[in-house]
Write a protein that binds this ligand. Structure first.
Ligand code: AMP
Ligand code: ZN
Length: 445
C-alpha cells in the first residue's frame, strides 16, 4: 500500500512494524451536533482500515472523544467548548458530553464505519494525563504560570519540524496582549488551573489546585496506554497539523521519550456551494438534514468516496444526487447479478489496487462504473467501501419470481390488464420491472 505521509510530505510504501497495524484517529469534540463536513475524515479513515483489512493486515484502532479541555480558540484562550455548550443550554458538561457522544456514535453506525477497537473518552484518562504531566515536569520541559502548566517549546528542538512552522514569523506576528506569562508564542498548556470564580464543572486536583488537562494531552496519553508508541498511522483533519498534532508529538517526546507515529494522514476540508461550512452561512447540514431531504447516509458516504481525501471537496445537492444515482446504478447491477450471474473477470484486483494507492477511491469508483463484476466482486467491493450495497439489495423471494413470470406470460398473451396489475402489485412492494427481449428484469425501486 502507498500512503501520503505528512511527516515526509511524500507518498511512501506502507509496511507496519508488527503484523497488527496500530491506528489512532483524533475524534470529535462532543459539544454540538456534527455537520456533514465533520464526517469526511471518518469516512476516509474507515476506508483506510477497510483497505488494510482487504490487503490482509490486522488492525487495532483507537478513536477518542474529546469531552474536556478543547477551548474555543484551539489554543489556550477562550472557553472550554463543553462548558460553553453547557452554559448556553442549562445542562451540565457531563450531560452535554453524553448527549452529543450518542449522536456522533449513532451517525457513525449509520454511516457503516467499522467500530474502533477502543473508543476512549478523554475524561477516563485523567490519572494518565497527570502522570504524563509529572514526567514532562521531571524531564524539564514545562514551567508553571498562574493559569497552568505550560510546555516550553524551545526545549523541544524539533517542535517546528512536523508542521514546518515559522517560529520567528509566529513570534513577530504575535498578537498584542498574548498571555504575557508564556515564554514563547508557541508554548501551550498541558494542564490548566481553574481560576477563583471561574465556572468549570469538570475539575481535578493537581499541584494542590483544581484544574483540567490541556486539549492535546488526551491523545498522547490514550495512545501511550492503548496502543504504545510509535503507532503505525495517526489520522486527523488538516487543521490538526499546526497545533494539535504538533503538540501531541512534543508531549509524547517530552513525557515518554518516544516518537508518536510513523505515518500521518490528513484529510482536507469540505466546502458547501463553494463556501466554508459555518453557522452564520446557515450551511451546517447534519446527516439528519440530508435524510429529511430524501438522501440516505449511504448516499452521502458514496459522495465522499467519489472523491479523494486530499484536496478540498465542494458539496452541492446536485453532486449528492449524482452520488445517489451512482449507488442506485450499482445496486441495479447487483440485482441483475442475482437474476443472471456474471462471471468474474478479476476486476476487483484493479479496484483494490486503486484504493491501495493512497486511498484513491475516486479512481476505484470509475473502474467499478466501467467493468464487469460478479456477485462475489460486489461482495468484496461492499467490504472495501461499506456501502450496504449487498444488504440493501437481497435476492427477491420465489413468490416474486413467480409473479414476474406470470406477468411475462400475461404480456405474451397480450393480457395487458393483468400485466399492469402485477406490475403495480410489485411496485407496492418496492420492486420495479424493466422489460427486455428475454423477459422482465427486476430492481429495487
Ligand atoms: P470541530 O468539532 O469543529 O473541532 O471539528 C472536528 C473536526 O472535524 C475538525 O478537527 C476537522 O478535522 C473536521 N472538520 C471540521 N470541519 C470540516 C470540514 N468542513 N470538512 C472536513 N472536515 C472538517
Ligand atoms: Zn488528537
Amino acid at each position: 500500500m502507498k500512503l501520503y505521509n505528512t511527516l515526509t510530505r511524500k507518498l511512501e510504501n506502507f509496511k507496519p512494524v508488527s503484523d497488527e497495524v496500530k491506528i489512532y484517529t483524533c475524534g470529535p469534540t462532543v459539544y454540538n451536533t456534527p455537520h456533514i463536513g465533520n464526517y469526511a475524515a471518518y469516512a476516509y479513515w474507515d476506508l483506510l482500515v477497510r483497505c488494510l483489512l482487504a490487503n490482509g493486515y490486522k488492525v487495532k484502532r483507537v478513536l477518542n472523544l474529546t469531552d474536556v479541555g478543547h477551548l474555543t480558540s484551539d489554543g489556550d484562550e477562550g472557553e472550554d467548548k463543553l462548558e460553553k455548550s453547557a452554559r448556553l443550554t442549562g445542562k451540565t458538561p457531563f450531560e452535554i458530553a453524553e448527549y452529543y457522544s450518542k449522536i456522533y456514535l449513532d451517525d457513525y453506525a449509520k454511516l457503516e464505519f467499522l467500530p474502533a477497537d477502543v473508543v476512549a473518552r478523554a475524561t477516563d484518562y485523567i490519572s494518565e494525563d497527570i502522570e504524563a504531566v509529572d514526567l514532562m515536569r521531571e524531564h524539564g520541559y514545562t514551567y508553571e504560570t498562574r493559569d497552568g502548566v505550560y510546555f516550553d517549546t524551545s526545549k523541544f528542538l524539533e517542535y517546528a519540524d512536523f508542521a514546518r512552522l515559522d517560529l520567528a514569523g509566529l513570534k513577530a506576528g504575535a498578537r498584542v496582549g498574548f498571555s504575557s506569562e508564556k515564554k514563547n508564542v508557541s508554548d501551550f498548556a498541558v494542564w490548566k488551573f481553574i481560576q477563583p470564580g471561574e465556572n468549570h464543572a469538570m475539575r481535578w486536583d493537581y499541584l494542590g489546585r483544581p484544574g483540567y488537562p490541556g486539549w492535546h494531552l488526551e491523545c498522547a496519553t490514550i495512545i501511550h496506554k492503548e496502543l504504545g508508541e510509535p503507532i503505525d498511522i495517526h489520522t486527523g483533519g488538516i487543521d490538526h497539523i499546526p497545533i494539535h498534532h504538533t503538540n501531541e508529538i512534543a508531549e509524547t517526546y517530552a513525557a515518554y521519550g518516544t516518537k508518536l507515529a510513523r505515518f500521518w494522514l490528513h484529510c482536507d476540508f469540505i466546502t458547501i456551494d463553494g463556501q466554508k461550512i459555518s453557522k452564520s452561512l446557515g450551511n451546517t447540514y447534519t446527516l439528519s438534514d440530508l435524510e429529511s431531504r430524501g438522501f440516505s447516509p449511504m448516499d452521502y458516504k458514496m459522495w465522499l468516496l467519489s472523491g479523494h481525501y486530499q484536496g478540498t471537496r465542494n458539496f452541492t445537492f446536485e453532486s449528492l444526487e449524482a452520488a445517489k444515482n451512482r449507488r442506485a446504478n450499482w445496486r441495479e447491477r447487483i440485482a441483475l447479478c442475482h437474476q443472471k450471474p456474471v462471471e468474474s473477470e478479476g476486476n476487483f484486483v484493479k479496484i483494490l489496487e486503486a484504493v491501495s494507492n493512497n486511498l484513491n477511491s475516486a479512481e476505484a469508483c470509475a473502474i467499478i462504473d466501467n467493468c464487469a463484476l460478479s456477485l462475489d466482486d460486489w461482495r468484496k467491493i461492499d467490504e472495501l467501501f461499506g456501502l450496504r450495497l449487498i444488504s440493501d439489495t437481497p435476492d427477491v423471494s420465489d413468490e416474486i419470481y413467480n409473479l414476474i413470470h406470470e406477468r411475462d406470460v400475461a404480456r405474451a398473451n397480450k393480457d395487458f390488464a393483468m400485466s399492469d396489475k402485477i406490475r403495480d402489485e410489485l411496485l407496492k412492494q418496492g420492486i420495479a420491472l424493466s422489460d427486455t427481449p428475454d423477459g422482465a428484469v427486476w430492481y429495487y425501486n
